[in-house]
Ligand binder design. Structure first.
Ligand code: FE2
Length: 345
């Protein structure tokens, strides 16, 4: 009931924002093009999530996305990559993927695009036949990775090496709200992490669903105190993912899914929440967990920053990684949420 009310208010506020984007200018500091925060940036990328593009209301939803893509393409220091961390579409239909492909195709945002699957993207026209070559979820995801990112993949997961840095995209292999990661995917993930760690550089892991019980889950998912502990998270394979992550230093796990604000500023509706958390690895060093806000929807539930159009710019330097909050739709930095993570070793 509480969640339904919150969603309703969020939708109303979203409608206001969609129809009146300049309001968002109130939400940040003065308009400024994307530039590196310091000299000698080794890799920089933007990460946004939960765009939820729809075929109906296309001009409004695509227009809201256009604002952010325009900001990325106007970067003074060109981004090396842009990551779309799932729920790109609202229902995984071809027309919704086409809206996304058309928008991304209209802008020169970065040489590398990382298209990650979200639960909504697995709810396509033939969700019951995941592998159906005509319109199954998996062939559709593979097809649009080629169209949008010019990337040849064979599974719901893949990795990319950009400026020497590993980006490992995990993805559900079933059409649930939580994720399903096969033993094959987990074994592949373990191997990719080993290769990534051999570089001695930070490792970026992209997965739509957060790790179970992080970022205020499970309460923050449905605002129900009695929910099972894995609600709103990866689900059954969360511990196995964590076991792999914990073996390595300088890991950054980037998720979306909750539609959260940058941090909890004491909303009466929200449970304790932080968009950036740490989890201790086997060496006693921090794994950095970053939860992205919904690009398309207002966050009414969690407090903190309210407006949509937001995400992070991540910049890796020798010795540190900078996490910089940005409203891409309005072209404004939100420096009050920035964090710098010192690297180990
Ligand atoms: Fe979502």
């Amino acid at each position: 009931m509480l969640k339904t009310f919150a969603k309703l208010v969020s939708l109303l506020l979203t409608a206001v924002m969609l129809l009146s984007a300049p309001i968002g200018l109130l939400s940040g500091k003065k308009e400024a093009k994307i530039t590196h925060a310091a000299p000698d940036c080794r890799v920089s990328f933007a990460a946004i999530s939960d765009i939820h593009l729809r075929g109906n209301f296309k001009p409004i939803f695509q227009g809201m996305l256009d604002l952010g893509l325009n900001d990325m393409s106007n970067a003074k220091d060109r981004l090396d990559a842009v990551a779309f961390v799932g729920d790109i579409t609202d229902h995984g239909d071809f027309d919704q993927w086409d809206v996304f492909a058309e928008a991304v195709g209209d802008f020169d945002i970065a040489d590398n695009k990382l298209v990650v699957v979200g639960n909504h993207d697995t709810w396509g026209p033939n969700r019951d036949e995941f592998d159906n070559p005509e319109d199954g979820v998996k062939p559709t995801f593979i097809h649009y990775n080629k169209v949008i990112a010019d990337r040849d993949i064979t599974e719901m997961y893949y990795s990319a090496v950009i400026n020497g840095y590993y980006f490992i995209a995990l993805g559900s292999e079933a059409d649930h709200v939580s994720a399903t990661l096969s033993d094959t995917q987990l074994a592949w993930f373990a191997g990719e992490m080993e290769k990534a760690a051999a570089t001695g550089l930070p490792i970026f892991v992209l997965m739509h669903q957060p790790i179970n019980q992080t970022h205020g889950l499970p309460y923050n998912w449905e605002l129900n105190k009695d929910d099972p502990l894995d609600e709103g998270g990866i689900g059954d394979e969360s511990d196995e993912v964590v076991d792999i992550l914990k073996q390595y230093d300088n890991v950054f796990y980037i998720s979306g899914h909750i539609h959260s604000g940058y941090k909890n500023a004491g909303s009466k509706l929200g449970a304790p929440y932080a968009s950036i958390e740490t989890m201790e690895n086997n060496n006693g060093n921090p794994i950095t967990l970053i939860n992205l806000p919904s690009y398309m929807y207002f966050d009414f539930i969690h407090g903190g920053h309210l407006f949509n159009g937001c995400g992070w710019v991540v910049e890796a330097y020798d010795g540190e990684v900078m996490l910089r909050a940005r409203n891409f739709a309005t072209g404004t930095w939100l420096t009050r949420y920035d964090q710098t993570v010192k690297l180990v070793g």
